[in-house]
Write a protein that binds this ligand. Structure first.
Ligand code: PY5
Length: 305
């Protein structure tokens, strides 16, 4: 899908024209995937555009950088402010936000510390990542034959650009086979996550999600759903899951910034069914919160103005 272009992108402290936001061909991270990034969303609320858990996302960016010995040449506060600046500059009411810190031009060896670290924040309007139909009626998922990166090989605790090769292989495989999204197992055969989402299973009134040690990213939406579940007094536990836990699930759903909360209606050609009561309750609450319609969760919204 083409990216809807807007006016400005924030790059290394300045707003530059969308078309001028370029890098050199010998950018280290273009060759070796040595960048770290975030995916964040801003939503339209009665008080204007609000970024969902902006500071938490930026903190994760710094954690990802820390894992890779990457010194981001801006503070947390500066990147939080820059995000608001670039949303304002483009006059967007809601958007997807893509901060990236990457090793730039200046070193072509594998020891990367000689390369500068560049930082950019791009924003653009982005609709439902897995489709409106998916949000309403659920998506068809398939377990990929590609296993999730082992957490001690390419750390899944980081959100690094290079590790997404793993997701891309899984995604291409299942899309070509006619499904909407991939589920990845780790090297031990336990479910890790979706190609770009965390995963939850509901059974007998309880929710289960794979632990981060399985190779799942510490998702901000995952964390939000766990907190919402607690408020609803729906038991929610981190537990190792195998693929048949999906086959016999009462309900299942993906969570992620791009995807939001998306029911899974079918897995490996086995019906789970239309979105069930737990999924609908959590999904409904999530969309209320991000739209600024739930006072109890207002602290998750960081207003642009
Ligand atoms: N797991 C993986 C592998 C992810 O890529 C993502 C986010 C998540 C889980 C969910 O994390 P969070 O809830 O913090 O967003 N994926 C990115 C996103 O912006 C990129 C998707 C194309 O949603």
């Amino acid at each position: 899908m083409p990216i809807p272009e807007v006016d400005k992108i924030w790059m290394d402290g300045e707003l530059v024209d969308w078309k001028e936001a370029k890098v050199h061909i010998l950018t280290h991270s273009l060759h070796y995937g040595s960048g770290v990034f975030e995916g964040i969303r801003a939503y339209e609320t009665p008080k204007g555009a609000a970024v969902f858990r902006l500071t938490d996302h930026m903190k994760r960016l710094f954690r990802s950088a820390h894992i890779y010995h990457m010194e981001i040449p801006f503070s947390l506060d500066e990147l939080v402010e820059a995000t608001k600046v670039v949303i304002r500059a483009n006059g967007l009411k809601s958007c997807y936000i893509r901060p990236i810190a990457f090793r730039g031009y200046g070193e072509m060896g594998l020891h990367p510390l000689g390369a500068p670290v560049n930082v950019a924040i791009a924003v653009w309007p982005w609709g439902a990542y897995l489709g409106e139909e998916g949000i309403e009626h659920g998506v068809r998922a398939k377990v990929s034959s590609f296993r999730r990166n082992e957490a001690n090989s390419i750390p899944t605790a980081a959100k690094a650009t290079g590790q997404y090769l793993n997701s891309i292989l899984a995604k291409m495989e299942v899309i070509e086979a006619g499904y909407d999204e991939a589920v990845l197992l780790n090297m031990h055969g336990h479910i890790a996550d979706g190609a770009g989402e965390n995963i939850f299973v509901a059974r007998h009134g309880s929710l289960y999600t794979p632990p981060t040690s399985s190779g799942a990213l510490e998702g901000i939406t995952r964390d939000s759903v766990m907190i919402i579940a607690e408020d609803f007094e729906i038991p929610c536990r981190e537990r190792d899951l195998v693929r048949t836990d999906l086959y016999i699930a009462d309900e299942a759903f993906f969570t992620g910034t791009a995807a939001e909360v998306v029911p899974i209606r079918e897995i490996d050609n086995r019906a789970i069914g239309e979105p069930g009561p737990i999924t609908k309750r959590i999904q409904g609450k999530f969309f209320q919160i991000v739209a600024g319609k739930d006072k109890d969760y207002d602290h998750w919204l960081e207003y642009v103005d």
